[in-house]
Design a protein. Structure first.
Length: 146
């Protein structure tokens, strides 16, 4: 079993690889909605992009709590986060530059109406199979545990 310090290092390494994750949002009634997203880890926040008219964007504008998942069932990372900012892509040049550099694509080239959402992790869990369920928290209350 990995200790908390090792799990945190593994989570950070996975986030820094910049990749595709699953993003779960919910509407005001609590109905869940799940989509794949590309996410940029800027060192403190995850940044995702989606069309402003999408159900995902609408959910994040009204219900600021989301869940992000990555990895595989044998090496899972679960992140609960709060949406702390949303900005139109065309009004966020600095975010767009970082996002494009990390992920290799610019949402501004897809079409009009896209938004960036900055997510602040509040809880992160990391585990590799059932043997690591105990001690899976590496962040709680937006504070790293190691």
């Amino acid at each position: 079993m990995r200790d908390t310090k090792t799990r945190k290092a593994d989570v950070l390494a996975a986030l820094e690889r910049q990749g595709d994750l699953w993003l779960s949002t919910a509407d005001r009634a609590g109905r869940p909605h799940l989509i794949p997203v590309s996410a940029w880890w800027n060192g403190t926040h995850l940044v995702v992009a989606t069309a402003g008219a999408s159900r995902t964007a609408k959910n994040m504008k009204t219900n600021r709590t989301v869940r992000v998942a990555g990895g595989s069932p044998s090496d899972a990372i679960l992140i609960d986060a709060d949406v702390v900012e949303n900005r139109a892509v065309e009004e966020a040049a600095e975010i767009a530059a970082g996002f494009a550099a990390a992920l290799g694509w610019d949402p501004g080239t897809v079409g009009a109406g896209w938004f960036f959402f900055r997510l602040r992790p509040t809880q992160i869990q990391a585990y590799r199979g059932y043997d690591e369920l105990e001690g899976r928290d590496v962040m709680r209350g937006a504070a790293w545990l190691a």
